[in-house]
Write a protein that binds this ligand. Structure first.
Ligand code: GDP
Ligand code: IMO
Ligand code: MG
Length: 423
């Protein structure tokens, strides 16, 4: 069955681990948005892989991985990622990795302007400084360099020159920087282009005749980082929600029957922006330490908070989720109390649904007793402590969506299947 998987919070929900698990049943795994702002971790046989651009299914043999047209590609990062995989003995060839000729290329000026804008602005976003926003900005400004141009020397030279003609004065005047010399950028990037070229194809054409295969779409970031549905302006620059999977991949003839949402058993966020259930002090230290809550891309400590069911319900609606997966339940193991946000208070009024803005609101919690036990070695849902099951069953009832899997550890096999409405 064709499936899309998206994050339901602010990213880092454990999507990489779940994709790696689910792709046993898929033939083709597709990234459809974002770029190397993503960091998707897969741990198998004590080996850790962090994927930034390549779909997390690449570790499995006989699968095709696709980087769709909605992804922004930094060629240096892509080639490094391929090299790391090859060194680990994973085969990456033009047969199992296909990249859309419509993808936009992240250039060095995108990365630098990303950092400079953050330094200059009062309202900081806390971006990953990977050049994601500036590259998407060029895409809609119609001056971006697409993969198809990048791998064609003449077209690349023309587009790069034209960009530098416009951008160098901005670097100089607005930011007091030197700007870029055409020759040095061109000579370096044309070599990268030749290495990327074998993977590039017309995705729509290539897969049109493969409609009988099982497609799995791998979302990056999370619903509240979506450019429209998220906590704007503290968001990323792409559409991360499930409905973008077809457009962002270039595979509109696929019917997406299964829409999986992944959420952590608590909440995290990296970068700036409102976070109603954010914690500080000892519980924050505990969650960061136990949950290893440090960014897979930038290494920044992740902000942590209790689970927010108002946000989760909203994310389920936005993505029309019909299957839920909860990760990192094991991390809550040693706590004597666990809180869940059910509604907010704003200007002395109770707010039950998602408010337009998350600023100046106070969460109202329901408290659960913790199970005070390590659950990471448990192999079936029925063997979980009753208090852990109570927590999950409450969540399921409130959200009106069945929980299908519960992840209880980092490793590939540390995952439990839950039957519908099982208790
Ligand atoms: P993604 O961006 O959604 O793929 O998530 P990340 O890989 O950035 O962050 C998730 C982190 O949690 C990684 O370090 C994973 O190895 C780890 N992880 C995933 N699932 C679990 C789980 O169920 N329990 C624990 N303890 N760690 C997990
Ligand atoms: P995965 O796929 C968590 C956040 C950044 C910043 C905001 C904008 O691993 O879940 P950007 O560089 O995209 O312009 O930064 O978005 N952000 C993420 N946070 N996980 C991610 O990806 C993220 N990708 C971007 O921290 O707040
Ligand atoms: Mg991540």
């Amino acid at each position: 069955m064709n499936t899309v998987l998206v994050g339901l919070q602010w990213g880092d929900e454990g999507k990489g681990k779940i994709i790696d698990y689910l792709c046993r049943d898929a033939d083709i795994i597709v990234r459809f948005q974002g770029g190397n702002n993503a960091g998707h971790t897969v741990i198998t046989n004590q080996k850790k892989f962090v994927f930034h651009l390549i779909p997390s299914g690449i570790l499995h043999k006989n699968k095709i991985c696709v980087i769709g047209q909605g992804v922004v590609v930094d060629p240096e990062v892509l080639l490094d990622e391929i090299e790391i995989l090859k060194k680990a003995g994973i085969s990456v060839t033009s047969k199992n990795l296909k990249i859309s000729n419509f993808c936009h290329i992240i250039m060095p000026y995108h990365r630098i302007i990303d950092s400079l804008r953050e330094q200059k602005r009062v309202q900081k976003i806390g971006t990953t400084k990977r050049g994601i926003g500036p590259c998407y900005k060029d895409r809609v400004s119609r001056c971006g360099i697409r993969m198809g141009d990048f791998i064609n020397k003449d077209s690349f030279a023309f587009k790069l020159k034209d960009n530098l003609r416009e951008k160098n004065p901005i670097f100089k005047d607005a930011y007091g920087q030197k700007g870029f010399k055409f020759n040095s950028v061109y000579n370096k990037y044309k070599k990268l282009a030749q290495k990327v070229k074998p993977f590039v194809c017309d995705i729509t054409d290539y897969f049109y005749k493969k409609q009988d295969k099982n497609f799995l779409f791998e979302g990056a970031q999370g619903t509240f980082l979506d450019i429209d549905a998220g906590t704007y302006p503290f968001v990323t620059s792409s559409s991360v929600v499930a409905s973008n999977a077809l457009l962002g991949s270039g595979l509109p003839f696929i019917n997406l029957k299964k829409r999986i949402g992944v959420a952590k058993a608590y909440t995290t966020r990296v970068g700036e922006g409102p976070f109603p259930t954010e914690l500080s002090g000892k519980i924050l230290d505990y969650l960061q330490e136990e949950g290893g809550e440090f960014g897979a891309t930038t290494g920044r400590p992740r902000r942590c908070g209790w689970l927010d069911l108002v946000l989760l319900k909203r994310a389920i609606k936005i993505n029309n989720i019909n299957t839920l997966i909860i990760t990192k339940l094991d991390v809550l193991g040693n706590l004597d109390k666990i809180k869940v946000c059910l509604k907010y208070k704003k200007n002395k009024k109770i707010v039950k649904n998602f408010p337009y803005s998350l600023e100046n609101i106070k969460p109202i919690y329901k408290e659960f007793k913790g199970w005070e036990k390590d659950i990471s070695k448990i192999k079936s849902f029925t063997k979980l402590p009753k208090k852990a099951k109570d927590y999950l069953n409450f969540m399921e009832k409130y959200l009106e969506v069945s929980i299908n899997f519960i992840s209880v550890g980092k490793d590939r096999e540390e995952i439990l299947k839950k039957r519908r409405r099982e208790s």
